[in-house]
Design a protein around this ligand. Structure first.
Ligand code: PAF
Length: 274
């Protein structure tokens, strides 16, 4: 299977295609990605899968260096799909030399949680997504709900740029013990992996308490519980009514619990709907 490094070569293949799906990834594919790709390949005539570790969304060079990369295995995992095109560019196909990324002003929703903890991260994500959307002009773009704040960013971006496409959010795929699939999970040793399985337990506890306790009381309990988990450093826990932050009809009355933690040296995030 061929991976194209030049977007211009791909654009030539899209001439007479009726519907184009886009699944942006940073590679190191797992079943979570495969579920997006399966859905996209059913819903579109052709699907572009980008595999690119976008340097502009890392606010820390050591994180960028250690981000897992395994293109050989990625291609192996994609072998069974017959309507996909893989875009695995070098930096020079995406960015001009010395290109300075844009600063996006997307309001409060991007200043909290990941936006607060990782300054510049969402500018980097918006930059690469804007580029991919403009390169390939997809009808549908697919994103996983583990990165829920990222989906909100993409929806705002598409609205602001007045692009004509559907941003499709897909359910988080979990391991059998509930840990959300993530390329970073492979960094966890067996003790850390056990601690990581507590993320979903904390979120589920918060969900159960929601009808009878205030968000502040839940937060206190979650922070207390987190302290007793080995190697577990809770970064944030939030319960948010999405419609208070973003006036999109589809999020009317949608309440979610969000969590981020560091387990050893590995940072993990997750969220569930309440
Ligand atoms: O979620 C990711 O893997 C990345 O943020 C994305 C959307 C591929 C942009 O680089």
């Amino acid at each position: 299977m061929r991976a194209y490094t030049s977007y211009k070569d791909i654009v030539k293949l899209l001439n007479k295609v009726n519907s184009i799906g886009l699944v942006p990834t940073m590679g190191s594919l797992h079943d979570g990605h495969l579920s997006l790709i399966k859905r996209a390949s059913i819903e579109n005539e052709k699907v572009i899968i980008s595999i690119y570790v976008n340097p502009k969304q890392f606010n820390n060079t050591s994180e960028l260096k250690k981000y897992p990369r395994d293109i050989k295995n990625d291609l192996k995992m994609l072998k069974t799909f017959n309507n996909i095109i893989i875009y695995a560019p070098n930096d020079s196909d995406v960015y001009e030399k010395g290109e300075i990324i844009k600063k996006y002003e997307f309001g409060q929703i991007l200043k909290i949680m990941e936006g607060k903890q990782r300054p510049g991260h969402f500018d980097g994500v918006a930059t690469i997504i804007e580029k991919l959307l403009k390169m390939f002009k997809p009808n549908n773009a697919y994103f996983g709900e583990k990165d829920f704040q990222q989906i909100l960013l993409v929806k705002i971006l598409v609205k602001e740029l007045k692009l004509d496409l559907n941003v499709i959010s897909c359910q988080t795929i979990r391991e059998s013990d509930g840990l959300a699939m993530s390329s970073r999970n492979k960094f966890l040793n067996k003790y850390e992996r056990k601690s990581a399985s507590q993320l979903i337990i904390l979120l589920t506890k918060a969900k159960k308490m929601y009808n009878t306790s205030s968000s502040e009381a839940i937060r206190d309990i979650i922070f207390k519980d987190a302290m007793s988990i080995d190697n577990f450093q809770l970064e944030y826990f939030e319960i948010l009514n999405i419609s208070n932050l973003l006036n999109f009809f589809e999020y009317k009355n949608e309440i979610r619990a969000f969590i981020a933690c560091k387990i050893g040296n590995t940072r993990l995030i997750d969220n569930i709907r309440i």
